[in-house]
Design a protein around this ligand. Structure first.
Ligand SMILES: Cc1cc2nc3c(=O)[nH]c(=O)nc-3n(C[C@H](O)[C@H](O)[C@H](O)COP(=O)(O)OP(=O)(O)OC[C@H]3O[C@@H](n4cnc5c(N)ncnc54)[C@H](O)[C@@H]3O)c2cc1C
Length: 396
């Protein structure tokens, strides 16, 4: 079993690519306002030799075969270090990688996992479409078999990181004549192949981090199919469970705590700026801090289970509440100066609403918790058992 000091010493040995966190450490979280790919790539390239970034992955794929207890120790100690914002790399590290470990073939793991672990290849997630967001199983992008290949036609939207990505995890409709969940299949797509057209969209915080992606006669070999034909929904549920769990955890870097500091930087800054002379604001900040601590302990405990389940929705909701709480409290504490769009913290303030939408909206997370954790009655799902092609013609 790894001891904290052993991990600390090994991480210190990484050097410049992973400095200790200090009171002056500032970095973006969730990519807000930042297009920096380099800091994350340097860290991942340096961490891969001993598998620190993805400790539970097999050694041969860039991990260190760590058991859950050691992974928790590593995660805890990493918070003391200035792990860069890994937003550009998170689909690979947090979603595609774990999904390939569960559903991929040996050849697929050999092809893709090391490039994810060492930061040399960025992945994106192509699930949402104009007609399929919360109702993801309604998606219509078609994949049609042609010998040993598949031909893709259709459109995705809100594909974060698509313009940086080498690979995309794509959910497509392979059979329109069965009920919507049954006719889906998961693939990996080469994002720079002919027929794949990525068009960036501007978000309200100014970032151009997500795109529309148009696929027209784009081809991929059957060896890039992930899971069986028609099993796409099962594979997608694995991807989404990992997305929620990693959105609720701290794997994204950018966040953490100076070693030995009892007060986190954001609270100290508010205090030093005199924000706590207002008792209501102080009470609000302390509630957020208490919820953050409880959220971290809960995420640590959840990290002990090998596969994230519906409880990941709880982790995601907690993280969203925390992000918004930090951003809105800090904005409020700036008073009149906070009205300026170049004031400190503005980018977090204007990014905060998106947190309730990306990775599945708050309402959808609550539906999942209600139905799958609390066992409450499910929503009416009138199109669940009829062929997707008929439901689309307005049968319901
Ligand atoms: C910043 C950002 C990044 C994103 N990145 C990606 C990405 O990389 N890849 C990707 O595939 N997608 C991505 N998305 C898309 C995201 O997953 C969807 O926006 C989200 O799932 C909601 O879908 P929608 O926008 O179609 O809204 P809709 O599904 O149309 O929902 C509209 C509103 O209705 C509510 N609603 C819908 N159905 C129900 C229900 N059954 N019960 C209660 N309320 C309901 C929703 O909560 C929401 O408030 C991203 C979105 C954002 C904002």
């Amino acid at each position: 079993m790894l001891a904290d000091d052993e991990v600390r010493a090994a991480l210190d040995a990484i050097g410049d690519a992973l400095p200790r966190r200090t009171e002056n450490t500032r970095m973006s979280t969730m990519g807000a306002g930042s297009d920096d790919l380099e800091a994350g790539r340097r860290y991942l390239a340096a961490a891969v030799a001993e598998g620190w970034a993805v400790p539970t992955w097999p050694k041969r794929h860039g991990g260190r075969d760590a058991d859950p207890a050691d992974a928790r120790t590593i995660g805890r100690v990493l918070r003391e270090f200035a792990v860069p914002d890994l937003y550009p790399y998170m689909i690979g590290l947090g979603m595609a990688g774990p999904t390939l470990l569960q559903w991929g073939t040996d050849a697929q793991r050999d092809l893709w996992l090391r490039g994810i672990a060492n930061g040399s290849e960025i992945w994106c997630q192509m699930f949402s479409e104009p007609e399929a967001g919360s109702d993801l199983a309604n998606l219509g992008l078609r994949a049609v078999a042609d010998g040993d290949e598949w031909v893709l036609e259709g459109q995705k939207v809100w594909t974060s990181r698509a313009m940086w990505a080498r690979w995309g995890l794509l959910l497509a409709r392979t059979d329109p004549d069965v009920p919507k969940h049954a006719g889906l299949t998961m693939f990996a797509v080469d994002m720079v192949a002919p027929g794949v057209d990525v068009r960036p969209l501007v978000q309200m915080n100014g970032d151009k981090h997500f795109s529309e992606v148009f696929l027209a006669d784009a081809r991929l070999p059957d060896t890039w199919r992930i899971g069986a034909v028609g099993d796409g929904w099962k594979v997608a549920m694995t991807v989404l469970a990992h997305e929620r769990a990693s959105a609720g955890g701290e794997r994204g870097g950018g966040e953490g705590k100076v070693r030995g500091a009892r007060v986190p930087t954001w609270l100290r800054e508010l205090r030093d700026a005199g924000a706590f002379s207002d008792v209501v604001r102080r009470d609000r900040a302390m509630r957020i801090h208490a919820a953050d601590l409880a959220g971290n302990w809960t995420s640590d405990r959840a990290a002990a289970s090998k596969e994230p389940g519906p409880a990941g929705s709880g982790a995601k909701l907690r993280k969203v509440a925390s992000y918004k709480g930090h951003a809105y409290t800090a904005k409020d504490a700036r008073g009149a100066e906070g009205m300026l769009d170049d004031s400190d913290g503005h980018i977090d303030f204007i990014t905060a609403p998106s947190m309730s939408i990306r990775g599945g909206s708050d309402e959808i997370q609550r539906n999942i918790l209600g139905e799958r954790v609390l066992g409450l009655p499910g929503e009416p799902r009138v199109d669940r058992d009829i062929p997707w092609s008929q439901a689309r013609k307005g049968v319901i």
